[in-house]
Ligand binder design. Sequence first.
Ligand SMILES: CC(=O)N[C@H]1[C@@H](OP(=O)(O)OP(=O)(O)OC[C@H]2O[C@@H](n3ccc(=O)[nH]c3=O)[C@H](O)[C@@H]2O)O[C@H](CO)[C@@H](O)[C@@H]1O
Length: 510
Amino acid sequence: MPVLPWDHILVTSCTVQRRVTKSQFWDELGAEERNRFLADLSYLDPEELRDHCRGAAEAASRCSSPQDRLDELMEPVPMEFIGGVCRSDKKTLDDWENEGFLQISLNRVAVLLLAGGQGTRLGVPYPKGMYNVGLPSGKTLYQIQAERIRKVQELASTRHDSMCKVPWYIMTSEFTLEPTEKFFKENNYFNLDPSDVVMFEQRMIPAVTFDGKVILEGKGKIAMAPDGNGGLYRALVDNGILEDMKKRGVQYLHVYCVDNILVKMADPVFIGFCVKKGADCGAKVVEKAYPAEPVGVVCRVDGVYQVVEYSEVLPETTALRGPGGGLLYSAGNICNHFFTLEFLMDVAQNFEGKLKQHVALKKVPFVDAKGTAVKPDKPNGIKMEKFVFDVFQFSRNFVVFEVLREEEFSPLKNADGAPVDTPTTARRSLLNQHYRWVLAAEASFVDPQRESISPPKSGTELDEDSQPTCEISPLISYFGEGLEKLLKGRTLESPFVLDESLAEEILRAS
Ligand SMILES: CC(=O)N[C@H]1[C@@H](OP(=O)(O)OP(=O)(O)OC[C@H]2O[C@@H](n3ccc(=O)[nH]c3=O)[C@H](O)[C@@H]2O)O[C@H](CO)[C@@H](O)[C@@H]1O
């Protein structure tokens, strides 16, 4: 596999001159390609790159060795340490929610979306947030998230008679920045104030061969990949985001991943829980569904809280059972994290360089010796990634908050046809939730012949194909609230889509 001749990169004392004129394909490149190639290289520091290549090769050779395994050192999070929706009475939950709304109303809460991933498993050529899972409204994940932000702002403002804002920080990468920006502009930022939507880019790092050489993806292009969602902490500093947060008075951050259709943006209950507990760092979890489910688990390793990723633990460990018969490692990470700004500043100043580099062996497209593009069918390269949750170990007061899967977690990872986490399962989760909300608001459904449809017995699984279709705009209800005044006692027909104009019509008529 051709690799870049790093011997031809010259380092001088005052400037870093990069010369790639002896690169195998240099003579074949046109002026523009050469300029682009040199521009790409100008972002790489030769010393850092050399360390990166060496480190990647060493880490890859170590990663399958038994002494690098965490399994032996893992222990579950003690139950009494986990707060959560099921374990708490209504009054406690209300207290947390009130606290969360108060903090939001004081403009102290922001959300941060991790959207720099390539979404390889879903297999679409655009950012995942632009995906439309086939809801009756046709809304994309980005639109749903934007509308939840608008609603949570409105709810907090109404409760506390303020005009609050929840800034939306979006971390993108070279792959996702341009299309994401374009999409938001085309959609008028979904009626959010554009100055409250802050996009920034994470760094890219070269993919490396197993013997530590940079891979050429094209004759004049190095294969680069985003540095993992833990690249967040460097990107926050690189792009002056922590300063921006400080200027706006943000103190608490809800960080989440792009693909969970049920995500509660700036969740007041979670924020309130973390604030009341005095936490500097927190994670939302759901009970893991089955041993091989591809979610990380929150646990302790050598006495320190952290997430152990599904790809880094042996199947026999994931299958272990606890005394009650449930999975021993059951605190499934849903990539919803809480951080104080103070903690993030501490990480930026003192800990970023200590974050673990995780090794992923990947199929990296490359050009062969003749310059022909090759798509390998087995892993040929190493991508190094940092993980967003690897800062938990530096927390002084880390908390875990358990929520109900059917209310808060349905990720979109795979294309339709896969058994789990597909557009179909995501759509179903949302429509089922909205159907439950409508039933709780004491509305009922009739079929096309006006025969009434009996609600499902409690405990039975909902089924999209045989039950009424029902979608509620986040602009009408953030989490099921406020529906009674619109729907109580009404008879509805499927498909029922409750948006702003229908809500106005109902209110006018009543
Ligand atoms: C490392 C990490 O967090 N793993 C979690 C992630 O796994 P999973 O393997 O599903 O992680 P993804 O690759 O989907 O990445 C999670 C999020 O990080 C973003 N991203 C990824 C790579 C990158 O360089 N930049 C970037 O911003 C993605 O766009 C996505 O929004 O979600 C699961 C729940 O769904 C959790 O159980 C896993 O513990």
